[in-house]
Design a protein around this ligand. Sequence first.
Ligand code: ATP
Length: 430
Amino acid sequence: MDKLVALCKRRGFIFPGSELYGGLNGTWDLGPLGVLLAQNIKHEWWKSVVLKREDVVGLDSSILHHPKVWEASGHVASFTDPLIECKVCHERFRADHKDQIAKHEKAHPNPAWTDIKSFNLMFKTFLGPIDDEKNKTYLRPETAQGIFINFKNVVETSRVKIPFGIAQIGKGFRNEITTGNFLFRVREFEMMELEFFVKPGTDKKWHDLWKQERYNWWLRLGIRKENIKLVDLPREDIAHYSKGTTEVWYNWPFMSFGELEGIANRGDYDLSQQAKYSGRDLSYFDQKDNERYIPYVIEPSVGIGRAMLAFLIDAYYEEEKRVVLRLHPKLSPIKIAVFPLLGNKNELITKAKDLYKTLKTSFEGEVAFDDRGNIGKRYLYQDEIGTPWCVTVDFDTLKDNTVTVRDRNSTKQERVAIGDMLTFFTRLLQ
Ligand code: ATP
């Protein structure tokens, strides 16, 4: 893990937040390659959850909601974690994180613990210039409530009919008691959430379907089967209103299998609560069955940082002569790197630059140009950042207009005609 964190910093994927001032706990900044990786993950999610389906639409709600939203959702009363403090050194822990407490007890023999308190994870803030109770609201800890409070708007303005979903990608904030394990537990993170509304009674079927759909998405994007599993949580581990929660667990290096994504059957809890607190009717009239009801909701929800971490861990390989990120090409920040064989031969540079510009404008995906150092070093650099294909313009190119394409995983090379480049890479990327 330390090696991966170092690579992410060295190559410009992820920087510690506010590093200039010594860092800010639980925050990370995405560098140029991190932004591309995150965009690719979001794009693949949006494509599979929204674009390729006929029954899901998108939404982008504001981060700040009316404070009543959070009373209705139950977050004000119970979005809490159990907090415990060591009276000797005043370090604070989550009381349910037994491994961390055990570690602390080893370092501090006979620690004295405070009683367990409930700590609310929502960040408070104030609307306008007066910091008082009346103006208090919260940074959203999830994007889901923004969907529930817009349920009626969407039903009334689009042609959706149950079963249908509303998807949203956006920032969430949680004042976690302890943060750590790189991107795994942070205080500010982007989330990808789908609320899929169904007729009560059909919820089990749809829950099973989304479990399978989401599990397959991870496999399709290259997560190794042995590192991922679906786990149905026992009753005592889920919210009282939930009709069942399943999690996608990943085999993390710091924890043998733990949550990567949650897929919950939330019943009609959220819409009923928002209806009760707002005094508005959030029921749905089902014309097909001539029936009115509050829909049940199936919710797949995943953090982009946590997803990014799983993809990076799964792709990281140390080989005898290189470190390689075997990212799925659809996720790779850079898809193609174009080189002139030698960095000091003008005719090679010009030809390579022309090819780079053509690919850059016509190819769907990021393309890079590199003429620094020798070709071996350039390959090593591209392997480390997960670029699936490197294209080299050499002296034969000047004669026959073909180039060498080198595959990241096998390191095998083949000759391809420049005229065929676009179709060649488009086919590979599919
Ligand atoms: P935990 O039990 O680990 O605190 P949770 O059950 O509260 O997590 P959810 O509310 O189900 O988490 O959040 C949905 C998803 O958002 C998680 O599966 C995870 O991918 C992501 N997530 C939640 N909290 C964090 C965090 N602090 N940092 C990064 N990602 C997070």
